[in-house]
Design a protein around this ligand. Structure first.
Ligand SMILES: [Mg+2]
Length: 177
């Protein structure tokens, strides 16, 4: 029997992009907002943009708590693919980061239209941190987890809000060791 497939977002699910920004720019004015402009209104947008466009930024990001353990527990029973709408110019940096984090060997799809990819390939589980995307994915993907962050509050439709990776593993896991 082939394994069920999980589509796993990267930023806000595996890579903690905002924590990376805090490491680089210092304490933000709003602790965890969705955009850097909201978190760091005192830094010129141009400078934030330059940082976002540097591939090295993506090589240095910290992990989301519990992501590595969660993935290593789930990959026994599921086929996990990272599906990200990061721009193509950071694809190499993304691979380098995954390698650094011990997450290599899993498939990576970089696609501007993430939802279309997830629908086309028939993933049965998706893990996401963007509220709108989670609601959208839940219209066709049987099980969508929305990892809870201060920036994604609000009704998430048919998606299931979870606090952390441990909760995802518990729900999907059962017999996963
Ligand atoms: Mg994300």
């Amino acid at each position: 029997m082939s394994k069920k497939r999980i589509a796993c977002d990267i930023d806000g699910v595996v890579a903690n992009f905002l924590a990376g920004a805090v490491e680089y720019w210092g304490e933000p004015q709003i602790p965890v907002a969705y955009s850097l402009e909201e978190m760091f209104p005192h830094i010129p947008e141009e400078d934030l943009g330059t940082w976002v466009d540097l591939p090295s930024t993506y090589v240095d990001l910290p992990l989301v708590d519990g992501a590595r353990e969660g993935i290593s527990r789930l990959r026994e029973a599921y086929s996990i693919t990272f599906v990200t709408s990061r721009p193509e110019f950071v694809e190499d940096a993304t691979v380098e980061w995954l390698e650094k984090q011990g997450l290599l060997g899993l498939r990576l799809i970089v696609a501007w239209d993430k939802a279309a990819v997830i629908e086309q390939y028939g993933f049965s589980v998706a893990i996401e941190d963007d509220l709108e995307m989670a609601r959208r994915l839940a219209q066709f993907c049987p099980r969508v987890f929305l990892l809870n962050w201060p920036y994604n509050s609000g009704p998430c439709g048919r998606a299931m809000r979870v606090n952390d990776w441990e909760e995802i593993v518990t729900i999907l896991g059962g017999n996963v060791g």
